[in-house]
Design a protein around this ligand. Structure first.
Ligand SMILES: *Cc1c(COP(=O)(O)O)cnc(C)c1O
Length: 468
């Protein structure tokens, strides 16, 4: 036991005693028998520590049961849960990237409940292929000959390099040797796949002659990587997909594009420029294009591969595919999301990521006024809400320089510093992630939905309740 004085330690009630108190047995409905015992044990541990610094620590059944109830609440809260994103970062990697469309949610529910024809050909009554559920759809939408899906885009790149270039060389521009999210680095993925990286050009400029000069007998692939999360500005030169394809074709070497974000709709009409669509790369002649399912595409985490049939077939036969294979729930939500793209207008309104990114400022402004009115009606008078102009960002490593004009709700609470408010809101149910800027706590209207307003109000009230 700890080095507490004998009499102080003796004051702490014994576990069995505490478990027999009516204040504690009444908590039995909140958790299992083991859950209750664990909660009591944790609380007694905390109290033992508290007693050593404060011998007057409250040890009454009422006080202890309060702590136990809180322990139970913490233990019974799922670790992974919904969060309200007031950050204004649309594709927020730490917050699960893209929220799914309702159609995807419905498909998920339908498939999750029971059995499915995941690998069963209902027409022939025999074994089928899991990839068949989305292959035609991806081909239809992108114009590719063949397609394949895996766990994420990192897996797609890894599979493609392993299948097409193991033991051989892959030429990449130095300006495109990117690191994404701290764990995906082109040189490392290349090493893992058994291909040898041949760097050409310089950080800011790469020319066609650089690729041409690097081609050898050993070259298996020319690789173009979308430099998604940073921008090289100023004196720059990049070889576009068309030119790379031409260089590749002259030497009978396929060209692969890691397109990153998976843009299937040209967003330039919405003032969102700089991201080539997957269709564009394929039309330019790229033999393989890989992209994420949960960035601009707005679907579940997945890696999509679209391209030449013979190359995709090689990937389908590769052993690695078994380890990278996509699961049925992801397939269900991916298929449902892709189906929405058959009508561009439907995709732009139904897919939350696209809807939020392309939302006109007028719409955001009226949404902001509506939200403000509803929140004010739901909140006690200690809260002051005001609207500010500001900017959202696309996130997810897309359009690194783009700032989207938006409207932000500044929340202030009497006597609570903004930093403290931000902290408190991370532990409410649901937690709310906002933005601290120039000592203001802000919620960006672009990433909030009307349906979240009651939850947001409830979280704000909870934050106020725990304020001392
Ligand atoms: C995001 C990204 C990746 C990694 O994709 P995940 O789906 O997160 O695995 C790879 N390459 C590029 C260019 C990217 O932008």
């Amino acid at each position: 036991m700890s080095g507490l004085p004998q009499d102080t330690r003796r004051k702490l009630p014994k576990m069995d005693k505490v478990l027999s108190w009516p204040e504690i047995t009444s908590l039995r409905s909140l958790t299992s028998h083991v859950g209750l015992k664990n909660a009591v044990r944790n609380v007694l541990d905390q109290l033992r520590t508290a007693l050593s610094s404060n011998p007057a620590t409250d040890l009454t059944p009422t006080s202890i049961s309060h702590l136990v109830r809180n322990q139970i609440r913490i233990a019974e809260t799922p670790s992974l849960r919904r969060v309200i994103n007031g950050s204004g970062v649309v594709i927020h990697t730490n917050l699960g990237r893209s929220p799914l469309a309702h159609a995807a949610e419905a498909a998920l529910r339908d498939t999750a409940w029971g059995y499915s024809n995941l690998e069963f050909d209902l027409e022939q009554g025999e074994r089928g292929e899991r990839y068949s559920h989305v292959e035609n759809l991806i081909c239809e939408l992108t114009g590719a000959e063949a397609a394949l899906v895996v766990n994420n885009n990192a897996a797609a790149v890894m599979l493609a390099l392993s299948s097409l270039a193991e033991g051989q060389e892959v030429i990449v521009s130095r300006g495109e040797l990117v690191e994404i999210g701290g764990s995906f680095r082109i040189p490392d993925v290349m090493r893992q796949s058994g291909a040898t990286l041949v760097e050409v050009g310089t950080t800011n400029r790469t020319h066609p002659r650089d690729y041409i000069g690097a081609i050898t007998e050993q070259t298996a692939l020319l690789l173009k990587v979308h430099t998604s999360n940073f921008a090289v500005v100023g004196f720059t030169a990049e070889v576009n997909t068309e030119t790379m394809v031409r260089i590749g074709q002259e030497a009978s070497i396929p060209t692969m594009v890691d397109a990153g974000s998976g843009c299937l709709i040209d967003l330039a009409p919405f003032g969102i420029c700089g991201e080539a669509t997957v269709q564009h790369h394929l039309q330019a002649g790229a033999d393989v294009v890989t992209f994420s399912g949960d960035k601009l595409l707005g679907g579940p985490q997945a890696g999509l591969i679209a391209g030449r049939r013979d190359l995709v077939e090689k990937m389908k036969r590769h052993q690695l595919l078994r380890a990278l294979r996509i699961d049925k729930l992801t397939l269900a939500t991916l298929e449902a999301t892709l189906r929405l793209y058959r009508d561009e207008r439907v995709a732009l309104t139904e897919i939350p990521t696209l809807r939020m990114l392309t939302m006109p400022l007028d719409t955001i402004s009226s949404q902001a006024r509506r939200m403000l009115r509803r929140l004010r009606a739901l909140l006690p008078p200690q809260f002051t809400l005001t609207l500010q102009d500001g900017f959202s960002s696309p996130g997810g490593g897309t359009y690194p320089l783009l700032q989207l004009p938006s409207r932000l709700i500044e929340v202030t609470v009497n006597g609570v510093p903004p930093k403290r408010l931000e902290e408190l809101l991370r532990s409410t149910t649901p937690p709310v992630v906002g933005r601290l800027q120039k000592d203001c706590f802000l919620l960006d209207v672009r990433t909030l939905t009307d349906a979240e307003i009651p939850l947001l109000a409830s979280a704000l009230v909870q934050a106020l309740e725990v304020t001392p």
